[in-house]
Design a protein around this ligand. Structure first.
Ligand code: NDP
Length: 435
């Protein structure tokens, strides 16, 4: 805490890992303690902070702050998304980069961990403003990334449009077409299934969690938060698997459809979201549904809860409500959406709980597959990428089971993911000497 003042999210993420990893090292691998692996993993290898100036449509000069946190490169080039949101600060990016190290390790792919972004708010900006911002951001970022060095991707506020503008600027500066970003369009180096990967992967993981308990997902009631990339594709896959999804949300409130979303209804939500609709009024006018401002999905009883919006969006009160209402599975589509208090309560209750670093790793996994395709100059089919994604999610589930199975037979996915993700990085760090 003294080394990282005013970084509560980063301290939260480190504490959550340390609580599992320190007892593991004491019991099974004291060499990692001697090597001070955890202390070294906590310190980013490099943090870059830079000025991003751009001109808005009125000709006024705007100034934002850009960052790239290069956390750990023990098992591969830094890899992790870029977030554009006014909430971005060093604490948030360090927590995300730290989580990314373990998540990327769990995928089994050779990917180090990083994260970046800016306090730029893409909402209510014109296309041209977004483009000018992205170009200015990449002008500096281009000095620090490369296909064998650091390969950023999208995150909140950064989708295919932003990746396009960022990629175009890198190409203009360097005069080379290389895989320096993932999440590219399918016609210019992107992988099929990348937009769907985090949401689909989340559901592949949930299926495994339920399978472990002999429960079928068919007919189960699911509440989802968020209505962005992860939420939309999680909802689509859940509906395709036969579940009933009854909520999505945004920072203003929650949309509840008691009959459950169909695929057509989800596409309608996507259209409204892309138009910038905040209250889903066109949806509630058309379908028997309600939008409740200031509320979250966790007020509605469900079997499975999938927080897919943002960090610390599900607190102890929400967790108590979910437990009381009979929810038996919580899997994180977002990064660290449950507060530390909520996680403790959920674990105590016996609910199956999967942390984001395991359950939402599908996105970075397919980003890793995009890097492979770029290197060999190939485009794999949708079926091939989807099959690989499913395989990776099953492997992550197996790793969690291996390291997280308790004497009672219950699986502590948090412990399994923390230890499973840690070991590979720790071994590589030991092998590479004191650096
Ligand atoms: P998007 O920007 O596409 O969507 C984010 C969604 O969350 C929006 O609907 C947004 O609503 C909502 N939201 C933001 N803040 C809040 C809040 N305080 N309360 C309720 N809703 C909120 O982002 P993604 O879907 O890509 O990312 C969502 C989460 O998943 C993040 O934690 C991200 O780090 C994580 N993640 C994403 C991956 C990916 O592949 N995209 C991979 C792994 C993790 P509004 O429109 O009001 O802002």
């Amino acid at each position: 805490k003294e080394r990282n003042p005013n970084q509560p999210e980063f301290i939260q993420a480190v504490t959550e890992v340390a609580e599992d990893v320190i007892p593991y090292m004491e019991e099974c691998n004291p060499a990692f303690l001697d090597e001070k692996i955890l202390e070294r993993i906590m310190e980013p290898e490099r943090v870059v902070s830079f000025r991003v100036c751009w001109e808005d449509d009125n000709g006024d000069i705007q100034i934002n702050r850009g960052f790239r946190v290069q956390m750990n490169s023990a098992i591969g080039p830094y890899k992790g998304g870029l977030r554009f949101s006014p909430t971005v600060n060093l604490s948030i990016l360090k927590f995300l980069a730290f989580e990314q190290v373990f998540k990327n390790s769990l995928t089994g792919l050779p990917l180090g961990g990083g994260k970046g972004g800016s306090d730029f708010d893409p909402r209510n900006k014109s296309n041209k403003e977004i483009m000018r911002f992205c170009q200015s951001f990449m002008t500096e970022l281009s000095r620090h990334i490369g296909s064998n060095v650091d390969v950023p991707a999208g995150d909140i506020g950064v989708g295919e449009r932003e990746i396009g503008y960022l990629f175009g600027q890198y190409k203009r500066i360097r005069n080379e077409f290389t895989g320096i970003l993932t999440g590219k369009g399918p016609g210019w180096g992107g992988s099929l299934i990348r937009p769907e990967a985090t949401g689909y992967g989340l559901l592949y993981f949930v299926e495994q969690m339920l399978y472990e308990r002999n429960i079928s997902i068919k007919g189960k009631v699911i509440t989802i938060s968020g209505s962005g990339n992860v939420a939309q594709f999680a909802a689509i896959k859940a509906v395709n698997l036969g579940a009933k999804v009854i909520t999505v949300s945004n920072s203003d409130g929650v949309l509840h459809d008691k009959d459950g979303f169909t695929i057509d209804k989800i596409h309608f939500i996507t259209k409204l979201k892309n138009k910038g609709s905040r209250d889903f009024k066109e949806y509630t006018d058309l379908y028997d549904s309600t939008f409740t401002p200031g509320k979250t999905p966790w007020i509605y009883p469900c079997d499975i809860a999938l927080p897919c919006a943002t960090q610390n969006e599900l607190d102890t009160e929400d967790a108590a409500f979910l437990i009381k209402n009979g929810c038996f599975c919580i899997a994180e589509g977002a990064n660290m959406p449950c507060t530390m208090g909520a996680v403790k309560l959920i674990l105590k209750s016996g609910i199956s709980y999967a942390p984001g670093k395991a359950a939402n790793a599908g996105g970075v996994a397919v980003s890793g597959l995009e890097m492979s395709q770029n290197r060999i100059g190939q485009c794999w089919t949708e079926e091939k990428v989807d099959a690989k994604l499913k395989h990776i999610m099953h492997d992550i589930h197996n790793t969690c089971t291996h390291y997280g199975k308790e004497e009672s037979g219950k699986i502590n996915y948090l412990k399994g993911a923390n230890i499973g993700g840690f070991i590979k990085v720790a071994k590589a760090m030991c092998a590479q000497g004191i650096v």
